[in-house]
Every structure is written in C-alpha cells, then in structure tokens.
Design a binder for this molecule. Structure first.
Ligand SMILES: C[S@@+](CC[C@H](N)C(=O)[O-])C[C@H]1O[C@@H](n2cnc3c(N)ncnc32)[C@H](O)[C@@H]1O
Length: 398
C-alpha cells in the first residue's frame, strides 16, 4: 500500500461557526466523536430549587452548563441540536455517509438530532469493549450513610435493618459497549446517479472484509476491542474477544495503549490526569499521567476501520474529503489518514486539543512513511525498535 502525503488540516473553532462560514468544496463523508452531553439538562435545571437556567446570546441556555467530569465541552447541546447537523450537512455531497459515536445514556438524543437535521439513519454499530467500570452507588451503603453511619463496605457489613434489606442492590450496570450512529445525507436521484456524480453513498465492503481467509467475512455492525489488560497470550475475563472468539467473525483490534495516545506529544509536559479517571468506557481514559490529557481518546485502529468503511473507490480518492467535526486530540483524523483518506479536515473548539491533534497527526504521518505501514500497533512497534537502534554519537564509548 502506498504512503502518499495526505492534506490534513485541524481548524480551531466552533463547528457551528465553521459551518456558517465555510464556502469550499463539499465533503464526501463525515466521521466524528461528538460530546455525549452526559449531564442532562433536566438534572441540571429541572430539580426543585435548582438555579435558573442561563441563556446565552443565541438563546441556548445549556451551553453554559458544565458537562461530564466538569468538562465544559461536554455540557451544552451542540450534538443534540438538529441545527448543528443540518448546517454540517450543507457541506456534504448528496449520499454522504456520516458516522457518529454516542454514549449509551444519551445517544437517542443524538440520533434524533441527526435525523431531524436531515439525515437518514440507516444503521447503528455496536462497539463492545472490556474496560468499563460501573459508576454504581451501593444502595445499602447510602442507606446507612443517610442514617448517620459512615462505613467501609468491605470491612463492615450493613449497619441498619434497611441497609440489610438493600444489600446487593445498586444503581448502574457495567458499561461494555458504545453505539456508533450511521446515517446518510439523502441521495440525489438514484444510488447510481449519486455514486457517479459525487463518489458517495457506498460503504467500502470489500476493503473492510474481516479475516484472512480468501474472501473474508462481510463487515458486521458489531465491533470488538480487547480489554486494556489483555496480553498477547491471554485475555482478561471481561474481554469481549475472549467470549466471541478470535475466529475473525467481527472486526476487532488489539488493546490500545497509553503510548498510542501520547506519541507525538512529548513536547507537551505530562499532566496529572486526575480528570481523566472518571470515564471508564471504551475511550482510552483512566491513566494517571499523560502528555495527552484528553479524557475521551478513541482507539486509532477502530477509527481507521470506520474511516476505511467510508473510503470511496480509488478513482474518487484524490478528490474525496473527509470532515471530522469535534476532532478532540485527533484520533479519528489519524485513523482516516491510515485508512487512506487523502484530504481530511478536523474542527476542534479547544486550542490545546487542537494542538494535540496537529502534533499527533504529524507524528503518525511521519511514522507511517518511515515504517511503510498503516497498522497502528505495527507502526508503534517499528518506531520503538528504531528508537532503540538509534545510537547517538559517543554512546558506544560510555
Ligand atoms: C468526545 S471529544 C472527541 C475526542 C476524540 N475522539 C479524540 O480521540 O481525541 C469531543 C470534542 O468536541 C469538542 N467540542 C465540543 N463542542 C464543540 C464545538 N461546538 N465545536 C467544536 N468542537 C467542539 C470538545 O472540545 C472535545 O474535544
């Protein structure tokens, strides 16, 4: 596979402002991981005695709210607002396919907003992973606490009769999957007309077949990730790949590492990533120190696979453009570059995250060319080996 130099741009700004101003060529497809808006508007403003909602100039009160893990970017309503998707849709060709990650708690709102924004939702992928931790409240513990008894569950049992009654009850299940909504901007005329005129509307089935046998299996709407604690030899008990088998029935990827999220960002000081530990889902959060402190970094191999499904036929690739709104630290863009997209535009509101995306893209682009590989784990391994073999002058004498 060749390694031509793609055209990559990370724009720092609000996707809505970008959509209002953009007057360039329309995009062929869209891949994104928008905010999940995990703190609901009702919970924030609906409780009796809650502080009144504050309205921004545009009338959207929720934008001022703090969202998931106190990250202001996860508050607000940008992904739940049909206007966001309608305005992005204006810059897509007819038949363009959109993929958007969602959270199990809020994706229904995202799906409705995408649909109300003018797209036809035609599938939902299910991404299974093994790294999730339940955000549970132990009800017996809370009942004791309400009765004025603070105890540690593992050491002392329930203290009150009510707590004994509720022992074993909780409030949450272990997160083990995330949806990825798949939608299409309406075609112009027939499938054929749209494909011929715009190079859009098709999923790259043969280019995304699963397994090494002659034909490979038809790509399914189920995707799997290894648990971060799996090793080359053995999977952990909660790894979905262990349960569903390695028989290449579904797309799966090796565990993604801290190295993967950090490479290219060595110039940024490591951050004590306390704020990252709250999200125990398929993102690569939950590590203590990192150069990349974005809390919801998606695995590059997964993004590469999704972008590969969106890739148009060879003839259209030089012209084709992928739009990545809500680019964060750039995982979807990196995945798209490795999948073979030649023109990728990302939009990210936060300046630091936009810089991370630029640096990471630069590193992966260089590494892709150096190693002549497009497989993230292979690239990391080869670059590690290169770094080990790199002898600086005077090293032998030491
Ligand atoms: C879920 S994160 C994406 C993280 C990405 N998957 C990665 O691997 O780094 C969503 C991103 O959208 C950005 N964002 C939120 N609202 C935005 C807006 N109105 N315009 C542009 N970016 C926005 C946030 O700053 C955040 O980085």
């Amino acid at each position: 596979m060749g390694t031509s130099v793609p055209s990559l741009s990370v724009l720092c700004g609000d996707v809505r402002e970008w959509a209002a101003c953009y007057d360039g060529r329309p995009f062929t497809a869209l891949l994104c991981d928008p905010p999940y808006h995990l703190t609901s508007i009702t919970a924030r403003y609906g409780a009796p005695g809650a502080a009144p909602a504050q309205y921004a100039k545009d009338g959207a009160f929720s934008r001022l709210a703090r969202g998931f893990m106190g990250k202001t970017w996860d508050g607000g309503d940008v992904a739940f607002d049909p206007k966001t998707w309608a305005s992005l849709g204006e810059h897509l060709v007819p038949g363009a396919i959109l993929m958007a990650f969602g959270g199990t708690r809020t994706w229904h709102r995202l799906a409705v907003a995408i649909e109300d924004g003018g797209f036809e939702v035609f599938d939902t992928l299910m991404w299974l992973y093994g790294s999730g931790m339940p955000k549970n409240h132990d009800m017996a513990l809370y009942i004791d606490k309400a009765a004025g008894i603070d105890r540690v569950r593992e050491i002392t049992g329930p203290a009150t009769p009510d707590a004994r009654t509720w022992t074993g009850y909780g409030t949450a299940l272990k997160p083990a999957w995330e949806p990825i909504i798949v939608a299409r901007k309406p075609r112009e005329g027939s499938i054929v007309n749209t494909a011929m005129r715009y190079g859009s509307g098709g999923l790259n089935i043969d280019g995304s077949r699963i397994g090494a046998d002659e034909q490979g299996r038809w790509p399914a709407n189920l995707l799997l990730s290894h648990s971060p604690d799996c090793t080359e030899d053995a999977c952990t008990a909660d790894c979905p790949i262990a349960d569903l088998g390695h028989e290449a029935r579904f797309f799966y990827h090796a565990k993604a590492s801290k190295e993967e999220r950090d490479v290219g960002l060595e110039a940024f000081p490591p951050v004590a990533a306390g704020g990252m530990s709250g999200r125990h889902d398929g993102s690569l959060g939950a590590i203590s120190y990192a150069h990349n402190d974005h809390p919801t970094v998606k695995p590059i191999a997964l993004c590469q696979y999704l972008a590969g499904l969106l890739l148009p036929p060879e003839t259209y690739r030089l012209q084709a453009q992928l739009l990545v709104p809500f680019a964060g630290s750039g995982s979807e863009m990196i995945g798209a570059m490795l999948a073979g997209w030649e023109n990728i535009t990302g939009i990210e509101a936060d300046e630091d995250y936009a810089s991370y995306a630029e640096y990471r893209l630069r590193w992966w682009q260089h590494a892709m060319q150096e190693t002549v590989s497009r497989a993230p784990t292979e690239i990391l391994r080869a670059m590690r080996a290169k770094a080990r073999n790199l002898k600086l002058p005077g090293m032998d004498a030491a």
